[in-house]
Design a protein around this ligand. Structure first.
Ligand SMILES: [Zn+2]
Length: 293
């Protein structure tokens, strides 16, 4: 089913090679350290993959108490030494991860970003007003999107992102992350998430635990909309819901029903749109699903 499986598997291998196979304190056979030109006395407990696909969620390992930044952005590090960040759809890399260990020593790790193909996808039969909205509607869309964007900026210490993710509904993938979309012949933005075909009313379950940071029954473009924050800037959004079973502030466990599949907002039929973000960076839920064992 998955042309992307190879990418996900590669990411998983890269992550596992360091975390599971290389023992603590082993001599640095670490290809990531070599690629980054790190010093010979590399601390082997620092583990990041050497390459990641566009749209990936990257989870690295550092000694607890280290500070980590990617590019100019400082990452929150868990008490057990995990740091997470997302790689955008159009990111070309290489990414540069800087680690300052508790003893003050610094390391730099380079991560290559492997490009992906982004097919053009024709979406027909969309209500014209949602493709070229009149000014009043455009203003409403801006206002609503600003609320969602603000909710995504939350930087919470919870570590729900670290658990293996599960499918929120079962069904065929009817739209992939990143595809270049053309609505009724008009080029639109790239598809920001993954669509899963399912009958209206199908329960939508939390793919991982989280806190509900946004819930609205009727946004113009996205209809019934729920945002679930998994900690460290990682969040999920569920769109076009016919029903919401959660409210802002709710703590949700993995598998808990948060709403039901619908066709509200700009949708041509019932399906679940599941998007994921690392702050403002959109990432591919399919890679997150495949990252986990
Ligand atoms: Zn979608």
């Amino acid at each position: 089913m998955r042309p992307l499986a190879a990418l996900g598997a590669a990411l998983l291998l890269a992550a596992c090679a360091g975390q599971a196979v290389r023992p603590l304190g082993a001599t640095p056979a670490a290809p990531d350290a070599a690629a980054a030109g790190a010093p010979a006395a590399v601390d082997s407990r620092v583990v990041f993959p050497t390459s990641v696909p566009q749209g990936a969620l990257v989870v690295g390992k550092v000694p607890p108490g280290s500070t980590v930044s990617v590019g100019q952005r400082a990452l929150r590090v868990t008490g057990y030494g995990t740091a997470v960040f997302g790689v955008g759809r159009d990111e070309r890399g290489p990414l540069q991860v800087d680690v300052r260990l508790p003893d003050g020593a610094t390391q730099r790790h380079g991560i290559a970003v492997t490009p992906r193909d982004w097919p053009v996808e024709q979406v027909r039969g969309v209500p014209p007003a949602t493709v070229k909205p009149p000014p009043a509607i455009a203003e409403r869309i801006r206002r609503e999107q600003a609320l969602v964007t603000a909710a995504r900026e939350r930087d919470d210490a919870r570590t729900d992102f670290a658990q293996p993710f599960a499918w929120p509904v079962e069904g065929r993938v009817s739209g992939r992350f990143g595809n270049q979309r053309v609505y009724n012949g008009e080029p639109g933005a790239a598809h920001s998430g993954m669509d899963i075909a399912a009958p209206g009313g199908t329960p939508v379950r939390a793919p991982a635990a989280g806190a509900v940071t946004f819930a609205a029954p009727d946004l113009y473009l996205t209809g019934g909309t729920v945002l679930l924050d998994h900690g460290h800037g990682v969040s999920s959004n569920f769109l076009h819901l016919s029903r919401l079973d959660v409210a802002v502030g709710d703590r949700v466990e993995q598998g808990q029903v948060i709403g039901a599949v619908g066709a509200t907002g700009r949708a041509t039929g019932p399906h679940l749109h599941w998007g994921m973000n690392w702050f403002d960076v959109r990432i591919d839920p399919l890679l997150v699903l495949e990252r986990t064992p």
